[in-house]
Write a new protein. Sequence first.
Length: 194
Amino acid sequence: MRDIKSVCVYCGSSSRVRQSYKDAAVELGLILAREGIRLVYGGGQVGIMGIIADTVLQNGGEVTGIIPHFLNESEIGKADVTELIAVDSMHVRKQIMAEKSDGFIVLPGGFGTLDEFFEILTWRQLKLHDKPIVIADIDGYWAPLVGAIDHIVDEGFAHQRNRDLFKVIPSVAEILPTLQDEPMGDTSIQTART
């Protein structure tokens, strides 16, 4: 069983989304605060990103936000987090998010969420880390993505063992147990350097 003390959550910065996605962010934020697990996220105060950070903070939890300077101006970095780290690039942002996290959660989101998911998945495939990755398929949001990945495996562009590098679960309640139950892999693996 893995000791999960911090998790990176990849999610959208849009507020124009289904209520069920917002509810999932609140539910996850409550769980993280209750379990004393630090949230590591993109540092914004808008959309699902802002909802989960607010929920963790309002319930006594700790939040680390990592945001590039240029996004800090447009998304307005969430200043009341436990720790806000402003960086020079998206690459540095993703690297620090990975280094500060014991596992990764993918909630509904857009292109940025996909970018973050595929990068951390690729890093795991390349054995640059061995931290668990969970996709929360809220209301079937990620079903088309999972179907596309399964198609890639079926067509021979990825091995089945690479498909097994992440788990897909249908509810927020299953996220933490899934992360914790992921078998430990190669403990000598180091976090990716970009």
